[in-house]
Design a protein around this ligand. Structure first.
Ligand code: GLA
Length: 394
């Protein structure tokens, strides 16, 4: 990859710049799905797959961007000036909206761009698979500017600026989980994050004789923007109903027992189911982190399975392909737990599987999935990784 990327860098930007290397991982959420925007807990880890970048200052004062994943048909980079970045672009090369969003947010926070920059990106995260390629691109871009232009932005701030770019520039009203996980991930650990206070702790991801397997349904999560924003609106409606009688800040301030008690306030049954998911998932995330710390992998796995059921029946963000992958996994001997991961409406499941059954898992489930859906699934084995950083080489 180094040779390919540095050769490409010179071809695209010329030989005037000596670039530095950066990497940002993607993330997989183990449990605590659709709780971040409701002030609850999430339990993700950064993964071995991600996006690499070579970046250096240029003398032209312009920002030049090129993606080896998306720009194959172009011989020259996307080019703009910092002062021309105001709103998101439509049409071609829309991937640049993520780095442009970062520049826009950093400018709004008073950072001054004193030099032009050339950035080449290349990633191995499947696009649209719910493994946070967008968050990886955003946080990576913050890291690059922080380093090149001496902004000194720490990991938590990098996550917050990235979320802001996604919310206000790209227009996806995501929570903080993805950006936090890719920015603050730690090798061999999962991060337990309270999305209301941003307090976090690391839990060693000790899987014993098991490993993490991500299964990509290869159904891209294209509806995620509109449906995601709709789920958030429904949760807000449930919160507003309950707030009429109980002063809470967010849905996840409620225990499951309390939600039962106040369920009479929520008139619309669909809205109530959305709230039930958020509140029960928050409790599961906390219990799962405890189970992992106590070495109770089987208990952890059961909570993952229960999380999928709630996302399927209460939150309704699974699709038949994800339900099929999860139920095939539940039936497979050697699977400790399995659930959809990420926003839903396509994307991936995450499973904890006995290492010695991992190959068979991919074979058997891959075959059955293809027979029933006509689609091929992809399987990735991953460890948990460090967050976005400058690296010595790629
Ligand atoms: C997407 C969002 C996150 C989070 C998850 C669901 O990945 O970007 O903020 O809400 O969905 O848990």
């Amino acid at each position: 990859m180094t040779d390919t990327m540095s050769t490409a860098f010179t071809r695209i930007f010329g030989s005037g710049t000596q670039p530095e290397a950066f990497f940002s991982p993607g993330r997989v959420n183990l449990i605590g799905e659709h709780t971040d925007h409701e002030g609850g807990y999430v339990f993700p880890c950064a993964i071995d797959f991600g996006i690499s970048a070579l970046a250096g200052k240029n003398d032209s004062g312009t920002l030049r961007l090129y993606s080896m994943n998306f720009d194959g048909e172009y011989s020259s980079p996307f080019e703009t000036t910092y002062s021309d970045i105001h709103e998101k672009l439509t049409g071609q090369r829309t991937w640049v909206n993520y780095p442009l969003g970062i520049v826009s947010v950093l400018k709004s926070h008073g950072y001054t761009f004193t030099s032009g920059a050339d950035i080449l990106y290349s990633g191995n995260l499947p696009d649209g698979a719910g493994l946070s390629s967008s968050a990886a691109l955003e946080v990576l871009t913050v890291r690059i500017f922080s380093d090149l232009l001496g902004f000194g932005i720490d990991g938590v701030k990098a996550a917050l600026y990235s979320q802001e770019a996604e919310n206000s520039f790209v227009g996806m009203h995501c929570g903080i989980m993805d950006q936090f996980a890719v920015s603050m991930g730690r090798k061999n650990n999962a991060v337990l994050l309270n999305c209301s206070t941003l307090e976090y702790s690391y839990a060693p991801l000790e899987l014993g004789t098991c490993r993490l397997i991500i299964t990509n349904s290869n159904v891209p999560h294209s509806l995620v923007g509109s449906e995601y924003n709709l789920r958030r609106t429904q949760c807000e409606a449930a919160l507003a109903d309950i707030q009429k009688v109980k002063p809470i800040k967010c849905l996840c301030d409620l225990s499951e027992h309390e939600l039962d008690e106040y369920s009479y306030c929520v008139k619309d049954p669909v809205t109530l189911r959305r709230a039930r998911h958020a509140v029960s998932e928050n409790a599961r995330a906390l219990r799962a982190a405890e189970a992992l710390k106590a070495g109770d992998l089987a208990g952890f796995g059961r909570l993952m399975n229960a999380s999928h059921v709630s996302l399927r029946d209460n939150y309704e963000v699974t699709i038949p392909e994800l339900d099929l992958l999860a139920s095939l996994a539940w039936e497979f001997p050697g699977v400790v737990g399995s659930r959809m991961t990420g926003g839903g409406f396509g994307g991936c499941t995450v499973s904890i599987v006995e290492s010695e059954r991992a190959e068979e898992f991919a074979e058997v489930i891959g075959r059955e999935y293809e027979a029933r859906t006509g689609r091929k699934a992809s399987f990735y084995t991953t460890g948990s990784a460090d967050g976005a950083r400058r690296v010595n080489s790629l």
